[in-house]
Design a protein around this ligand. Sequence first.
Ligand SMILES: [Zn+2]
Length: 350
Amino acid sequence: MGEDNADELRELGEQLQDASTVLQVQEIRNAWLGRKGIITARLKGVALLPVEERRQAGQQWNSVRLAIETMIDDALARLQNQEEILQLEQERLDMTIPGIEPAVALLHPLTRVRRLVEDVFLRMGFTLSYGPEVESEWYNFEALNIPPNHPARDMQDSFFVDIPNLVLRTHTSPVQIRGMQAAAGQLPVKIIAPGRVYRRDDDPTHTPMFHQIEGLVVDHKISLADLQGTLLAMTKDLLGSDIRTRFRPSYFPFTEPSMEVDVTCAACNGTGCRVCKGTGWVEILGSGMVHPVVLRNGGYDPKQVTGFAFGLGIERLAMRIFELDDLRLLYQNDLEFLSRFSRYTGRPAL
Ligand SMILES: [Zn+2]
């Protein structure tokens, strides 16, 4: 042994010094200690020596092998430790990086507006009520005092179903009748009924399917003042306390008297523009005192109770809130457009 071994150990030391990965050290281990490695060959060579030299040479090469193993193990431990630290640094979570907002699961602007309206009325003690979208002609028309010759009953205006006496409901008003029937004589009846309705219309301000919210209050001594107070509270809550509201006489078969409610145009603040056709006002809902025939069809005696009802177009309100001039934009699934309204949570309440 002697010089020979010292050179080899020095050479190994240099190789290990240069190795920068665990893999490289494993390759070095193979080259020295593997089946065809340098030291393995030397140990085999011992068997060829004369008998009197074998013992000493064997012990020497064995101690060299042990020294090599120790050097390699040390190098491995050092590199494994380094690699672990590096890996930990690369994988470290920076909790201060802002999260990525998902591009899905945003509420549609119409859902947002519907919930805002529902919220206003739920806070006033109304409860939610629902009816079918495929409705019987009786609930959709007759029960609401809509006579057979009324234009809404024309094939041109309503979607009829192949089954006789069924129609895609043209408004949420049938839920007035269903709501009263469900209350079965109890008082007060105080419901709002949101949902989809269908009419044969298609232009910038009308789509064949749209959304309404119906409201109905029936009790002793309900007056026009209750109707006005309720709707004023709603418009201020939804559109801001500086909003101006106008009640305009109108006609609906199921209310008497009937009123349409206008609010100041958001686009021109009431001075008159293209959106409001120069009037400064935008209509947002129809309303009135419940017609005696309707009360009777709901199972209530018009001599004992009175009521008011209203129907509000959610699209129309959304156009007012988001200042849109074409409601069809709401139905084109343009995420870029729709997400513009994703942060709207309503105006500050009074
Ligand atoms: Zn205007």
